[in-house]
Structures are given as C-alpha cells and as structure tokens.
Design a protein around this ligand. Structure first.
Ligand code: FDP
Length: 327
C-alpha cells in the first residue's frame, strides 16, 4: 500500500517554505525570513486570543481612542502588544509604525527593517464573531545601521516594500504574503500549530463578478463612482461586503472582484490608511496580477507625507480596476 494512503502528507510548513525560498528575499541574509517567522508566531498568539473572545473578558471597547479617533477595542490593543513584543524581541526591526500608536515606535538601532502594521483590522467586527485580519508591510531602512532612524526610513513608498502580507482570522486562519516573487497562502493547522502551504502561487482572475463597497455611503460618492456602481448592477455583478478589509480583499483575490473605498463626505480622502492597510494589499494584488489605485495613480507610487495618511482605495482584478478608473 502506498504510504501516502495511510499517512497523508501535511504539506510544506511556512518555516520550511521560507527556508527553501530564501534566495527570493532581497538582500537574503536570514533576517527578513526570521522577521516573517516572528510575525507568524505573534499571529498564532493573536489567533488563540481571538478564538477565546466571548469566553474571557477581551471583547469590547478599551475606553480609549486610536490615532484616527476611533474607539480602541481590547483586542486591538492586545494584538498591538503581541506584534510589538514579537518584533522587538527578534531584533531585526528598527522601527514600527502601527495604527494603534501616534508616532512610530523606535525599537533597535541595529535592526535592518521598518514594519508598518495594522495589528487588528476590521475591529468593528470583533464583537460579532466576523472575520478580522492583520496587515503588514516590510521596508528596508535607508539610514546606516546603528544610527537613530530618520524620516526617510519611515515615510517610504509602497514600491519600496521588500515584503508584505496579511493574516485572515476567518473560518480558518490564513497567512498570505509576498516577497516580490508571487503570492503564497498558508492555512493554520490548529492541532500542529503550523501554517501549511495551501495556496501556492496565488493569482487573481483578470475579471470577476463581485464588487465590494459600503454602498450605504453612496449619497456622498462622486458621480463617477456612482456611475461605476450602476455599471456593476447593469451587468449583474454580485455585491459582497464583510466590512473587514482583509476578508473582502481575500475573497476577491480568490474569486475575482473589486474592492472600493472612495472619498466620502465624512472622509474626504477615503477612510483607509496608505501605510499599513493599502500598500501591503496593493503589493499583494500586483504580485497576483491585479491592480491597486487611488483613482489617479498606483497606490504604491504615492509618496507618503505622514504616518497615518488616508487614501481612496480601489483594488482587485486588473480589468475591473481599469474600468472603475475609467469612470
Ligand atoms: P474597521 O473600521 O472596522 O476597523 O480599516 C478599517 C475598516 O474596518 C476596514 O477593515 C473595513 O474594510 C472598513 O474600515 C469598513 O469601513 P465602513 O464601516 O465605513 O464600511
């Protein structure tokens, strides 16, 4: 009898995959792969906490606000602590930009990398057992190692990312990342506590039938956005909107579709953050064959001028994004 019939292979674990593909990392010297492993480990801890939400007292608001003036949830704060701790202990990161902290966190002058992270995205979905995510971008520092970090280390364009990814805490937990050589997805195997390669070489269909947008805000969309939404309806597209960016992005990546968060009356520049939400997803989208724009230029070409800058965001299947921009 074939051995694989009595003992199914578990596949390639994330650690093994990273080691086998070490040469795909720019400036491969081991630190970047260690950093990814640190993120993966912290995400497993966060995953464990999220799974217990409802049983222990970690749901609900902290009573504090984040940089955007939004209510911080206990799990937001917890996730921020977990990722900050993991990344500061590793020693590879010199600075950390997070949705949860006003300024960047200065970690270790010897570190080679700068991380921008939204530790827990979609926080309004935490209390109701709907998918949430973590989004991260990795940049190489520009200043000399050993020196204090400076503005050019922090305010880098998306095009300068050396790796980016997200973790989706959904019906299963997945980690999806790119280091600039395609996109690979790993599913968390809870009994082993390992991420296992489940979605090698992910590509997004050039055209899909799904559009994702908070249409409740449509009264304040521009005529162009409204016309595009009408086009979607006229062509029998299907509307899908979880309200958790990672979940909406992930679904469209797998099935083909478009996600839009345009300017609104409340958020004149859109709601989403360039540095720790849009850039990472734009990098993944482009690596998978899709597109990401603010309606005028590629997301990754935008030069950030502040840490918590917002941007309109249109991302997904290439042909759908092109059409939306034409409107
Ligand atoms: P949330 O406010 O719940 O954290 O980035 C924030 C975000 O969620 C995204 O995850 C989500 O796609 C979007 O905001 C939802 O915004 P709306 O409620 O305005 O649709």
């Amino acid at each position: 009898m074939e051995t694989s019939r009595i003992a199914l292979p578990i596949g390639t674990a994330l650690d093994r995959f990273i080691k086998n593909n070490q040469d795909q990392f720019q400036y491969a010297s081991g630190e970047l792969s260690q950093l990814l492993r640190d993120i993966a480990l912290a995400s497993k801890v966060v995953n464990r906490e999220i799974n217990k939400a409802g049983l222990i007292d970690i749901m609900g608001a902290m009573g504090t606000q984040n940089t955007g003036g939004e209510q911080q949830q206990k799990l937001d704060v917890l996730a921020n602590i977990r990722f900050t701790r993991a990344l500061s202990k590793g020693g590879e990161v010199c600075a950390l930009i997070s949705e949860e902290t006003e300024s960047y966190v200065d970690l270790n002058n010897e570190g080679k990398y700068v991380i921008a992270i939204d530790p827990l995205d979609g926080s309004s979905n935490i209390d109701v057992n709907v998918s949430v995510g973590t989004i991260f971008s990795v940049y190489r520092r520009k200043s000399e190692i050993g020196q204090p970090i400076a503005a050019p280390d922090i305010l880098q364009r998306g095009d300068e990312q050396v790796a980016a990814g997200y973790i989706l805490y959904g019906s299963s937990t997945m980690l999806v990342y790119t280091a600039g050589h395609g996109v690979n997805g790993f599913t968390h195997e809870p009994s082993l506590g390992e991420y296992v390669l489940s979605h090698p070489d992910m590509t997004i269909p050039a055209q899909g039938k799904i559009y994702s947008i908070n249409e409740g805000l449509s009264n304040s969309f521009s005529p162009g956005v409204r016309a595009y939404l009408q086009y979607c309806k006229d062509n029998n597209y299907t509307a899908r909107y979880v309200g958790s960016l990672v979940a909406d992005f992930h679904r469209n990546l797998l099935k083909g579709g478009i996600y839009l968060y345009p300017p609104t009356a409340k958020d004149k520049n859109g709601k989403l953050r360039l540095m720790y939400e849009c850039n990472a997803l734009a990098f993944i989208a482009e690596q998978a064959g899709g597109k990401a724009t603010d309606g005028r230029e590629r997301i990754m070409a935008i030069q950030p001028t502040s840490l918590h800058q917002r941007t309109p965001f249109i991302v997904g299947s290439a042909e759908m994004v092109e059409r939306a921009v034409a409107y």
